[in-house]
Design a protein around this ligand. Structure first.
Ligand code: ADP
Length: 188
């Protein structure tokens, strides 16, 4: 069990002193509201210029840029699904966001990474379900990865913080019983 490598904190992800922070971006990668806007404001215009060169990102996928003016060396941009009731592949896509972001982090030698609560703001994914999925998918990834030492879930508000704290407690108590982790599609 690797849940000791997962931490829940409340605060502003742009101020985190980690190797990489994850951005809940949109498919244009050109910035937006919420955490995306905060990251672009804090990192400065060079981040937008690099994102513009990349040209976009599909839902569930991830790309990596430099962090520019923020403390983190890297920003990993991933595009969460818009919640449309839960029967439109939302869970699989959200799981892909976490897996693809962590894969990029590991490939870049990242030891510490901070995630926001992807999709639970403007994209309206229910935070109880999103937090359970996030903790389980990250826990599963970490159990097969030796590069990443710590994953922080940086929750902006108290309600989100409470949901992630509960999800992590439940995961530690019964990691295999949650049933919320969709299988990796290319693993069959
Ligand atoms: P999405 O479009 O994926 O739903 P949002 O940015 O709207 O993304 O919301 C995702 C989560 O990020 C929400 O819980 C929101 O409160 C939170 N958030 C907003 N600003 C920040 C920030 N500076 N640091 C961390 N989390 C933030």
């Amino acid at each position: 069990m690797r849940s000791d490598r997962m931490k829940i904190v409340q605060g502003d992800i742009t101020a985190e002193h980690v190797d990489a922070i994850v951005n809940a971006a949109n498919r244009t990668l050109l910035g937006g509201g919420g955490v995306d806007g905060a990251i672009h404001r804090a990192a400065g215009p060079d981040l937008l210029a690099e994102c513009r060169k990349i040209g976009g990102c599909e839902t569930g996928e991830a790309v990596i840029t430099e962090g520019y003016r923020i403390p983190a060396k890297w920003v990993i941009h991933t595009v969460g699904p818009v919640w449309r009731g839960g029967a439109h592949g939302e869970a699989e896509l959200l799981a892909s966001c976490y897996r693809n972001a962590l894969r990029l982090a590991s490939e870049h030698g990242v030891r510490t990474v901070a995630f926001p609560s992807i999709s639970t703001g403007a994209y309206r994914y229910p935070v109880d379900e999103a937090s359970q999925l996030a903790v389980c998918v990250v826990g599963e990834f970490l159990s097969a990865d030796d590069t990443i030492a710590e994953v922080r879930f940086v929750c902006f508000d108290e309600r989100t913080h409470n949901a992630y704290s509960k999800a992590l407690r439940e995961h530690v108590d019964a990691p295999s019983q949650s049933g919320v982790v969709p299988r990796n599609r290319d693993a069959g």
